[in-house]
Design a protein around this ligand. Structure first.
Ligand code: HEC
Length: 178
């Protein structure tokens, strides 16, 4: 092969590299990267989306979390995430969801609230222990399939514990901590 031919081949090779690179860039431009929305976007920078592939650690026991929980912080979370559907004051009205005054230790789907609870909630039965509240608030539909509470859940242990500490305080005589 003479040097002219060699130059042609090398040139063609470089040209195709260039084209591949350009096409790659155009592709990235045309196909936007998926936007991963995190429940808490804005509060803090979340781990990279790739971390979602790692299996979630099981939640810590609520008894342990409540030792360091803050009812004041919980009030803030409640205000932003729950008040659209719930009032937590004594004698407060039911909204989309039932009034939550004195909920810790109360019967699930308590008929005294005069709220139209789902059959699933009424069938669940028992009282709202700290464990059950935590499981429900972590994943409402996971804990009570068929519940009418359409809320994604409080996935962060600390946030959930703070809200439960807040709910505990919404009572004339808060139940003892677990
Ligand atoms: C979109 C509206 C909505 C949001 C937001 C919501 N809830 Fe609810 N919640 C409901 C409904 C509706 C029910 C009744 C569920 C049923 O009957 O299955 C309910 C039930 C409950 C119950 C059981 C009440 C009882 O008397 O048995 C608790 C506890 C509760 N919610 C806590 C919370 C907390 C805490 C938050 C915020 C982190 C929250 N909810 C956010 C609608 C909502």
């Amino acid at each position: 092969m003479n040097s002219f031919e060699f130059n042609k081949i090398a040139g063609a090779f470089l040209m195709s590299l260039l084209i591949i690179t350009v096409i790659g860039h155009i592709g990235n431009f045309i196909i936007p990267k998926p936007v991963v929305q995190h429940e808490d976007a804005g509060h803090e920078v979340n781990a990279a989306p790739a971390a979602a592939a790692v299996p979630e650690a099981p939640p810590k026991p609520i008894a342990e979390l409540l030792k360091t929980a803050s009812a004041e912080e919980g009030a803030k979370v409640f205000k932003t995430k729950c008040t659209s559907c719930h009032n937590s004051e004594k004698g407060g009205a039911n909204k989309v969801g039932p009034n939550l005054w004195n909920i810790v230790g109360d019967t699930k789907g308590d008929p005294h609230l005069n709220f139209n609870f789902s059959d699933a909630m009424k069938a669940k039965g028992g009282t709202w222990t700290y464990d059950d509240l935590s499981a429900f608030l972590l994943n409402p539909k996971g804990f009570i399939p068929g519940t009418r509470m359409t809320f994604v859940g409080l996935k962060k242990d600390e946030e959930r514990a703070n809200v439960i500490a807040f709910l505990r305080a919404q009572s004339d005589s808060p139940k003892p901590l677990p």
